[in-house]
Design a protein around this ligand. Structure first.
Ligand code: SF4
Length: 324
């Protein structure tokens, strides 16, 4: 009797929220053949009206990006951005409503942590974008590793070959690097791309810029990220927001070289995208160039990342205006 009622409740959950189920969870409920058929219908355009728990409220377009505002079933809101590139469209997805880390340069953290998204809510952000997505980056609202289980489950669902079959190397998790969770990620059999949002070369500056990481030693954070990249044979991307007078001295460049010059690492220099209530200033192009030159002379592969979506408040650090 217990089994029958358990099965009925699983079937009801599946009908109401199918995007939260991995293929391995569906097949014991429906059997292999029906599970396969359902996955095809959900992920390969077989169902005209797909059951959903998030709704597109608004889409704002610019030439280089599109910002989707989604409403969740409890009325909370998140944003997802599609960035147009020469090689395709990148979806920048959210992992949380609000963010506990509260980086001083980012609007997403202002309200603090409101709640984690479910795996289903993460998957649906991809399914309901009306774009041909060829890269997924967890760089929207929230710290993905602080919603570890749902983020990993959503990745497993998105890459399942019975459904969307999204290539694993087209998925990037961008994290401020909580050490324990980086170590946990290293042990997964999942070769996703990793970006470490470092933004500082000293503990003091990192504590100031990323208050939520105060308890995480900067050297150990770097080591844990490098350890992931060595184990999975992935080039580590290090995101570094250039803030003149704060983190762009020659000594900062030397510290980055000490950590990364002998490793498979690409440094991505970012320019600050202004957000309301922040006193930080956007750097001049020359200031970013000067820091890039320091890093290159010290032997580091360095790029300046072109910011997309500024015109519609959709660039890095600007998301979240709509959270409620
Ligand atoms: S940059 Fe990322 S970790 Fe920091 S507050 Fe924004 S969303 Fe959170």
């Amino acid at each position: 009797m217990k089994n029958i009622s358990g099965n009925i409740s699983s079937i009801i959950d599946l009908i109401n929220d199918p995007f939260g189920f991995s293929y391995d969870e569906i097949s014991p409920i429906l059997g292999e053949d029906d599970a396969k058929a359902l996955y095809v219908r959900l992920y390969r355009g077989g169902l005209l009206k797909k059951p959903h728990t998030i709704w597109v409220q608004n889409i704002i377009s610019a030439t280089d990006a599109k910002k989707y505002l989604f409403e969740l079933s409890d009325g909370k809101r998140i944003e997802t951005v599609c960035i147009k590139r020469k090689t395709g469209v990148t979806a920048c997805v959210s992992a949380q409503v609000g963010c506990p880390v509260q980086c001083i340069f980012c609007a997403s953290g202002r309200p603090g942590h409101i709640r984690n998204l479910t795996a289903s809510e993460i998957v649906q952000q991809i399914i309901f974008l009306r774009e041909p997505i060829n890269r997924i980056v967890f760089m929207g609202i929230g710290e993905p590793l602080y919603n570890y289980d749902s983020v990993l489950k959503s990745i497993h669902i998105l890459r399942d070959r019975n459904g969307l079959d999204f290539p694993t190397d087209g998925i990037t998790v961008s994290t401020v690097g909580p050490i324990k969770l980086l170590k946990q990620l290293r042990e997964e059999h999942l070769k996703i791309q990793l970006t470490l949002s470092l933004h500082a070369a000293t503990q003091e500056v990192r504590n100031y810029l990323i208050p939520g990481m105060k308890g995480n030693d900067i050297n150990q954070t770097v080591e844990a990220a490098l350890d992931y990249s060595r184990r999975h044979n992935r080039k580590l991307t290090v995101a570094y927001l250039v803030l003149p007078g704060i983190n762009n001295a020659y000594t900062d460049a030397r510290q980055l070289a000490a950590w990364f010059a002998q490793e498979k690492v690409m440094i991505n220099l970012l320019e600050y995208n202004p957000t309301p209530q922040s006193t930080l200033k956007k750097p001049a192009k020359q200031e970013i160039e000067r820091f890039k030159n320091h890093l290159e002379r010290l032997g580091l592969e360095t790029h300046i990342r072109v910011s997309h979506g500024n015109a519609i408040q959709a660039a890095c650090g600007q998301l979240a205006g709509a959270i409620r």
